[in-house]
Ligand binder design. Structure first.
Ligand code: C5P
Length: 232
């Protein structure tokens, strides 16, 4: 596999969680959510660099979390996050080491990503140029207008929920981000940024345990998943 760097955006505010602590630093089991997330990537031999984007006041905490993990030989950097997720990721590009060929972006708040899925996604990205994890939509999705009146119902067979990691050849991601910044485009994931420049993105089917901890109910589900993992 190509040499892989992982960018972890961890600069969200936690508004939807209704918590004082930003989500990546909330404890899940005995350690912060971010520690679980980082551990998953540190299990992969091709990961040669980890970059976390967060606000300055959390730099020390991120350093502490990282040094508590088994990360021998992996380069590490913390960079300042931005006001939007996309800006946080863009800031991380400046810290990318020269040798990096593939870049994975993974939300700090998805602690249950499985090693096999990261590897599968990276293999597809090496082949196609861009790949991401997703799952088929389980709910019917409605498109609404500004008055919250339903406009249409897209066929659910063709709707998937985007997750992370999303993995790209380095030059594709950098080019797509530069174009998005020039045009003022703001996407809610990284694939939408590279789709804009005509790049094909392969969808790799993931699993529903790779949840994004966003609302208080997600934290309850995460505790259940963690307890089950510890039983086996
Ligand atoms: O806000 P959203 O749920 O899309 O956040 C996904 C991830 O992006 C979280 O890990 C969050 O910490 C991060 N984020 C960021 N910078 C922002 C907003 C979100 O790094 N300005």
């Amino acid at each position: 596999m190509l040499k892989l760097a992982v960018i972890i955006p961890a600069a969200g505010s936690g508004t939807r969680m209704g918590s004082r602590l930003p989500k990546p630093f909330i404890k899940l089991g005995n350690v912060p959510i971010l520690a679980h997330t980082l551990s998953s990537f540190l299990e992969i031999p091709d990961v040669v660099q980890v970059i976390v984007a967060t606000s300055k006041e959390w730099f020390d905490e991120v350093e502490n979390i990282y040094s508590s993990l088994n990360a021998q030989g992996v380069q590490f950097a913390v960079v300042e996050g931005g006001s939007e997720r996309q800006f946080s990721i863009n800031n991380a590009f400046s810290a990318l080491s020269e040798e990096i060929e593939l870049v994975a972006v993974h939300d700090a708040v998805r602690p249950f990503i499985k090693k096999e899925l990261i590897i599968k996604c990276a293999e597809e990205a090496s082949r196609v140029g861009a790949a991401m994890i997703g799952v088929p939509a389980k709910d019917t999705i409605k498109k609404i207008d500004e008055n919250q009146v339903v406009e249409s119902t897209p066929d659910r067979r063709f709707l998937w929920q985007a997750q992370t990691p999303q993995i790209f050849k380095r030059e594709i991601l950098e080019k797509a981000y530069a174009s998005a910044i020039k045009d003022g485009f703001l996407g809610t994931d990284d694939a939408s940024v590279v789709e804009r420049i005509g790049q094909k993105v392969k969808l790799v089917e993931g699993d529903r345990e790779n949840l994004k901890i966003t609302y208080p109910v997600d934290l309850k589900i995460a505790e259940l998943i963690l307890n089950e993992e510890e039983l086996f």
